[in-house]
Design a protein around this ligand. Structure first.
Ligand SMILES: Nc1nc2c(ncn2[C@@H]2O[C@H](COP(=O)(O)OP(=O)(O)OP(=O)(O)O)[C@@H](O)[C@H]2O)c(=O)[nH]1
Ligand SMILES: [Zn+2]
Length: 362
C-alpha cells in the first residue's frame, strides 16, 4: 500500500477466531478513568468523545498507555481515559483500556493472508458504497464485504452512487431481493455546494438518513465511488473529495485516516465512520461455512447437499446448481452461486486442506 490508508488498524494482531478482544481483566488502579468513544485515529494520537450527548460533552486527545502494547484501537472503540481529560488545547490523556466490543469488523490484506486487521469497532451496520459506473461496480467486492459483515454480526446496507451516469438495474435486482437496504443515489442537477462538492439528490439522502439515524455505521468502498461526497452531505463535514494526484495525474485516496462523524439532525448516538478507500477486503479470517452462510438466498439448498460438500463447481452431490436452475435464487441466482464459489475457492488457498462444509442435511 502506497500510503497509510489504515493507520492503526494495520497494527498486526494474531488471528483469533473469537475476535481480537482486549483482555478484560479489570485493572482497578484506573478507577478514576472516564469513558470515551474513539472518533479519530491519526499517527498514534486518538481523539475520543467524553460524556457523549451530555451538556459537558467534549473531545479529548489521548495516547495509548504502554500496557496496551500494540492492541489495535480503532474508531468506534469505547475506551477508558486517565490523566488530563479536560479537553483543553494542550491536554493529552492516556488511553488505558479498550472496553469489550459488541462488533468488530476485520479484514485480511488478501484471502490467503492470515494476518487480520481491525477496521472499526462497535458498528451496527456497514454501508457498502459502489458506483453504478466510473468506477465500474464489482459485485465480487459487494459479496465479499457482505460476507465479512455477516461474519461479524453487522448488517450490510448497499448504496449505489452515480445513478445519473447509469441506471443500476442489475445491481438493484440482484441485491434488493436479499432483504438488505439498497439505496440508489445520484447527483442532483443543482451543481456543487459551497465547498465545491457535488450535490446529492435529496431523495436518496433522505432515505440514507432514515437508515443511518440512531445507529453507528461505517462506509466501505473503493476509492472514487463517492463516499466522501455522501458523507459530507450527511454530516456537513468537508472530507476531501475527488482530488487528483498532482504527480501521477490519477485519482488517489484523498481520505487517509478513519474518522467518526456525526450525522446532521440525527438522534444522539448516530455516527458515521468514514474509512479510507479499500483496495482489498480479504476473508482469510472467515470460516468457509461463514462464507456460505452470508449467501442467505443459497443457504437453504445446502441442506440437500451430500455430506461434507465443498459446494465447488465439480463437487459430487452439490444441490446448489439444481436449486439455482429451478429459480429458487431468483434471476441472478447463477451469478450469486458463481460469486460464492469464487470466494470459497480464493480463500480455500488459505487453509491447508479444504474444510468440509455442510452436514448432508442430517
Ligand atoms: N456523476 C456523479 N459523480 C459523483 C457522484 N458522487 C460523487 N461523484 C464524483 O465522483 C468523484 C469521487 O467522489 P468522492 O466522494 O471523492 O469519492 P470517494 O469514494 O470518497 O473517494 P476517496 O476519497 O478516494 O476514497 C468526485 O469527482 C465526485 O464529484 C454522483 O452521484 N454522480
Ligand atoms: Zn453443495
Amino acid at each position: 500500500m502506497s500510503q497509510r490508508e489504515w493507520d492503526e488498524s494495520d497494527v498486526r494482531v494474531r488471528p483469533n477466531k473469537k475476535g481480537s478482544r482486549p483482555r478484560t481483566k479489570d485493572r482497578p488502579k484506573h478507577d478514576d478513568a472516564v469513558r470515551g468513544r474513539v472518533i479519530g485515529v491519526d499517527r498514534g494520537r486518538y481523539t475520543a468523545v467524553v460524556n457523549e450527548a451530555q451538556p459537558d460533552e467534549h473531545t479529548v486527545m489521548a495516547m495509548r498507555a504502554r500496557e496496551l502494547r500494540r492492541q489495535p484501537i480503532v474508531p468506534g472503540d469505547l475506551v477508558s481515559l486517565v490523566g488530563d481529560t479536560s479537553g483543553g488545547p494542550d491536554a493529552l490523556a492516556r488511553l488505558v483500556r479498550i472496553e469489550e466490543r459488541t462488533t468488530l469488523l476485520r479484514r485480511s490484506a488478501d484471502d490467503t493472508d492470515p494476518v487480520e486487521r481491525v477496521v472499526v469497532a462497535n458498528v451496527d451496520q456497514v454501508v457498502i458504497v459502489v458506483a453504478a459506473a466510473d468506477p465500474e461496480p464489482r459485485p465480487g467486492f459487494i459479496d465479499r464485504t457482505m460476507v465479512a459483515a455477516h461474519d461479524a454480526g453487522i448488517e450490510p446496507v448497499l448504496v449505489i452512487t452515480k445513478a445519473d451516469l447509469r441506471e443500476p438495474v442489475d445491481l438493484v435486482s440482484t441485491y434488493r431481493p436479499l432483504g438488505m437496504e439498497v439505496i440508489v443515489s445520484r447527483s442532483s442537477t443543482g451543481g456543487n455546494d459551497a465547498h465545491g462538492s457535488l450535490l446529492v439528490d435529496l431523495e436518496a439522502l433522505a432515505e440514507l438518513r432514515r437508515v443511518l439515524n440512531g445507529r453507528i455505521s461505517t462506509t466501505l468502498g473503493h476509492s472514487g465511488v463517492g463516499k466522501s461526497t455522501l458523507v459530507n452531505a450527511l454530516t456537513g463535514s468537508q472530507r476531501a473529495t475527488g482530488h487528483v494526484n498532482e504527480v501521477t495525474g490519477r485519482g488517489r485516496h484523498t481520505s487517509s485516516s478513519a474518522i467518526a462523524l456525526r450525522m446532521l439532525d440525527s438522534e444522539p448516538g448516530t455516527w458515521i465512520i468514514d474509512t479510507p478507500g479499500v483496495r482489498s477486503f480479504g476473508l482469510a479470517h472467515v470460516d468457509p461455512q461463514a462464507v456460505v452462510d452470508a449467501f442467505e438466498d443459497l443457504v437453504p439448498a445446502t441442506a440437500q447437499c451430500s455430506r461434507g460438500c465443498t459446494h465447488a463447481v465439480d463437487a459430487a452431490g452439490c444441490a446448489l446448481d439444481a436449486w439455482v436452475a429451478d429459480g429458487h435464487a431468483g434471476p441472478h441466482g447463477a451469478d450469486r452461486l458463481a460469486s460464492m464459489r469464487r470466494l470459497l475457492a480464493s480463500r480455500s488457498d488459505a487453509v491447508e486442506d479444504v474444510k468440509e462444509l455442510g452436514d448432508g442435511g442430517a
